[in-house]
Design a protein. Structure first.
Length: 213
C-alpha cells in the first residue's frame, strides 16, 4: 500500500477555517443594519486579519517540522506479550499518558512499520507522532476510556471520549466519542495497524466546534 504523505492537521485546519468563515459571513449580515456598523465592522475585519495571519504562521511552522524530532525508535520491542499485558499498557497509554492527543504511547508494543488510520488519513508511525504533537494542545485536551481495553492474540479494542483543543489561534475545541482497533502481528504480537473511528463522523464532530479567545 502507498502511504498518503499529507498530514491530518492541514485537512482539519482547512475545515475549521471553512466553519470560521461561515460564522464571519453570518455575523457580517447581522451587522449591516446596526447603527454602530462602521466601528464594529472595522474592528471585526482587524480581528479577521489577525486570525488569518496567525493561522498562516502556525501552518508554516507546523509544515517545517522534521518528522524525526518526535519519538525515538526503540530497538527493544515487547514481542509476544500476553493479551492481559498489552491491554494494561494500552489502558495506561490512554488514561495516564493521554496518547490520543499527545502521541506519548509505549512504542515498544508497536511495529516500526505500523500504520495509523483515522477519519482523515493514513500515516506512518513518525507521521502520526509528528502530526498529533503539532495538531493538539494537550493542556486543554483530554481523553477518557469508555469501558475497559479488550485484547486477544489478534486485536486490541477500546472506546473513548475526548475533547480536542487545536494548536492554532483561538484554540478551537471539538468533542467526540469513538473507537480504536489495533491489529497485532500473529508472529510477534506487535501492533501493526491502528484504526480510529469517530461515532459522529468528521462533519458531525466539526458541528461541536467552540472558538476560545
Amino acid at each position: 500500500m502507498t502511504y498518503i504523505k499529507k498530514k491530518s492537521f492541514f485537512s482539519i485546519i482547512a475545515l475549521i477555517i471553512t466553519f470560521f468563515f461561515s460564522a464571519i459571513n453570518s455575523y457580517s449580515l447581522k451587522e449591516q443594519n446596526s447603527p454602530t456598523r462602521p466601528t464594529k465592522i472595522k474592528a471585526f475585519h482587524s480581528n479577521i486579519k489577525t486570525f488569518l495571519g496567525s493561522t498562516a504562521i502556525s501552518i508554516i511552522l507546523l509544515s517545517s517540522l522534521n518528522s524525526g524530532v518526535f519519538g525515538q525508535i526503540s530497538n527493544i520491542k515487547k514481542s509476544k506479550i500476553s493479551s492481559e499485558e498489552i491491554a494494561s499498557i494500552v489502558s495506561e497509554d490512554i488514561t495516564v499518558r493521554q496518547a490520543l492527543v499527545t502521541a506519548d504511547f509505549t512504542r515498544e508494543i508497536y511495529a516500526e512499520n505500523c500504520r495509523f488510520q483515522d477519519e482523515i488519513d493514513t500515516y506512518e508511525i513518525e507521521q502520526y507522532i509528528q502530526g498529533t504533537k503539532a495538531l493538539f494542545d494537550p493542556s486543554n485536551s483530554h481523553v477518557d476510556l469508555l469501558g475497559s481495553v479488550q485484547a486477544d492474540d489478534q486485536q486490541v479494542n477500546f472506546r473513548f471520549s475526548e475533547v480536542l483543543a487545536f494548536n492554532i489561534p483561538f484554540r478551537p475545541t471539538v468533542s467526540l466519542t469513538g473507537s480504536v482497533s489495533f491489529s497485532r502481528n500473529l508472529d510477534t504480537g506487535l501492533i501493526e495497524y491502528s484504526r480510529e473511528r469517530w461515532d459522529q463522523g468528521v462533519f458531525g464532530v466539526l458541528k461541536t466546534i467552540n472558538f476560545n479567545k
